[in-house]
Design a protein around this ligand. Structure first.
Ligand code: DQA
Length: 144
């Protein structure tokens, strides 16, 4: 059994109503349900957590040291400037996959930079809610 922490950053609780032309009409619950279904079919267990607060995300990453084999994260806007999140990921040294619903490289220039990407295994961006599924699949296969 592989244990994975799934983290959703700020404003992702509003998925489905937040700029649906950019992020789609699926809700966060829809995304979580798809992830849980995929995990169950691949002998993986997920703990899923959303927060709008940087410190809470950092605490969850620290706690993951005690139980998780890897982390799947959509850091939201923290992607672009949170050195604290980046340091949390490198501190726990758990394999981490970064995902984005939108293609961050095809939007405003500030979104094209991820300060987390250098401490992640890889980044999946631009496939809508399927970015999460692709990221989870990549992480499960890596951990196997
Ligand atoms: C996002 C992209 C970020 O730039 C943005 O701040 C988000 C969502 C995405 O999933 O496309 O909140 O991470």
């Amino acid at each position: 059994m592989t244990n994975i922490l799934v983290l959703h950053g700020p404003n992702l609780n509003l998925l489905g109503i937040r700029e649906p032309d950019v992020y789609g009409y699926e809700t966060l619950q829809d995304v979580d349900d798809a992830l849980l279904q995929h995990a169950a079919a691949h002998e993986s267990e997920l703990r899923i957590f959303q927060s709008n607060h940087e410190g809470r995300l950092i605490d969850a990453i620290h706690e993951a040291r005690n139980w998780a084999g890897g982390i799947l994260i959509n850091p939201g806007a923290f992607t672009h400037y949170s050195y604290a999140l980046r340091d949390a990921i490198s501190s726990v040294a758990l394999p981490c996959v970064e995902v984005h619903l939108s293609n961050i490289h095809a939007r405003e220039p500030f979104r094209g930079t991820s300060v987390l990407a250098p401490v992640c295994l890889g980044q999946i961006t631009g496939f809508g809610w399927r970015s999460y599924l692709l990221g989870l699949q990549a992480l499960i296969e890596y951990l196997a």
